[in-house]
Design a protein around this ligand. Structure first.
Ligand code: NAP
Length: 342
């Protein structure tokens, strides 16, 4: 049995869902993976840097009644909380990935396995962060950044050796799916935003989704890690969904080719990557044409497999939290071969 000290940077929707999931799966982690855990630090913009040298009560933390000592900044906080594992789930900053990159760098340098749900640090600092993790003998993983928790990065890392990727396409953003479908039903853009907010998928300010930034960041993160190409948001042709009229959307749906905010990346003959995120009409007979509502999907074209599609049907916050939990378990567990299971 190993006991891990866990710390959270960011404790909003995803961080809280992860705390609940850890609590729900405690017995399974202990019995099947030999993992015991306790939370020793939580930091958010409003809470500040809270840490304890004893386990923080999870129910009190979730209820907002927990009172632990506040520290002045991340280094003092890390020194006091002494995490074995840090989960980083702060808000997306598409322009430069900060301050999340600084948080991840400090966490890895302190010797903690570090996992994030935040795409921007992958886009702007993957090489550096990964190198620190390797130097420290720790893992830096981020499976929940793209399709909530459906395997994308681990698929290529662990399962598909020596494959050449010719390109990928996908429907990466559920807020825009819901807005477009609401407008196809004859209602307004604002009503679509409201529906997405009621479902808990859109933020109060949905611009990152609506203007395509969220999807662009996902394209760049996949390109960086899976295609090994340092694609930046400025390199991606981007067009959001604000220019679409409900009559155009209704006609496209009637034609059997509804609009989606569609992401594409193609590997060119010289190895460079051309990428776009823009509204495109996708036939309902296409593997991605029926990705509706909160569902998300990616389709890869590979030299050895002409088409490989991964669809995450109606993922929710627990799915995103599960991506982080899976990263944690995978990072600290011996492989089946090492543990003699096969
Ligand atoms: N929600 C999803 O379904 C989903 C899915 C995949 C990936 N993600 C990614 O996961 C991350 C978290 O999403 P969320 O939905 O949990 O967001 P959220 O509910 O807005 O929570 C964000 C958390 O980050 C904290 N925070 C923001 N800026 C900070 C800073 N400078 N220093 C310290 N803490 C800071 C916030 O603190 P305060 O509350 O005190 O302001 C809050 O606790 C984002 O990067 C998002 O893109 C989300």
């Amino acid at each position: 049995m190993r006991r891990f000290r866990l710390c959270f940077i960011g404790f909003g929707n995803v961080g809280r869902a992860l705390a609940r999931l850890l609590a729900a799966k405690s017995a399974e982690l202990r019995d099947n993976y030999g993992i015991e855990w306790e939370i020793t630090g939580v930091a958010t913009r409003r809470m500040g840097w809270r840490a304890s040298d004893e386990a923080i009560d999870v129910s009190a933390l979730l209820a907002g009644t927990e009172q632990t000592q506040t520290h002045t900044g991340i280094n003092e906080w890390l020194a006091y909380a002494k995490p074995d594992v840090v989960f980083e789930t702060t808000s997306l900053s598409p322009e430069n990935g900060q301050p999340a990159i600084e948080y991840l760098r400090a966490s890895l340098q302190s010797g903690a396995h570090t996992f994030t749900a935040n795409k921007a640090p992958i886009v702007y600092a993957y090489d550096e962060l990964n190198q620190i993790a390797i130097t420290q003998g720790k893992r830096f993983l981020f499976e929940s950044t793209v399709l909530d928790s459906a395997p994308v990065f681990s698929l290529f890392r662990e399962t598909l050796p020596a494959v050449k990727i010719r390109g990928f396409s996908g429907v990466f953003n559920s807020t825009t799916n819901i807005i477009l479908e609401t407008m196809e039903a004859g209602r307004s853009f604002a009503e679509g935003v409201k529906s997405a907010q009621e479902l808990g998928v859109a933020e109060t300010d949905p611009s990152h989704d609506v203007d395509g930034w969220d999807s662009v960041m996902k394209v760049c993160a996949i390109a960086r890690v899976v295609l090994k190409t340092p694609l930046l948001p400025i390199h991606v042709r981007r067009e959001g969904i604000r220019g679409l009229d409900h009559r155009v959307l209704q006609a496209a749906r009637a034609e059997g080719k509804p609009f989606k905010l569609f992401a594409r990346a193609t590997v060119n003959a010289d190895g460079s990557v051309t990428a776009s995120v823009r509204p495109e009409q996708i036939a309902t007979t296409d593997p991605l044409g029926n990705v509706r509502g909160t569902s998300l999907a990616i389709h890869f074209e590979l030299d050895t497999i002409p088409g490989l599609t991964i669809v995450s049907h109606r993922p929710n916050l627990q799915s995103t939290a599960y991506g982080l939990l899976a990263d944690f378990i995978n990072a600290v567990s011996p492989t089946d071969q090492q543990s003699g299971k096969y």
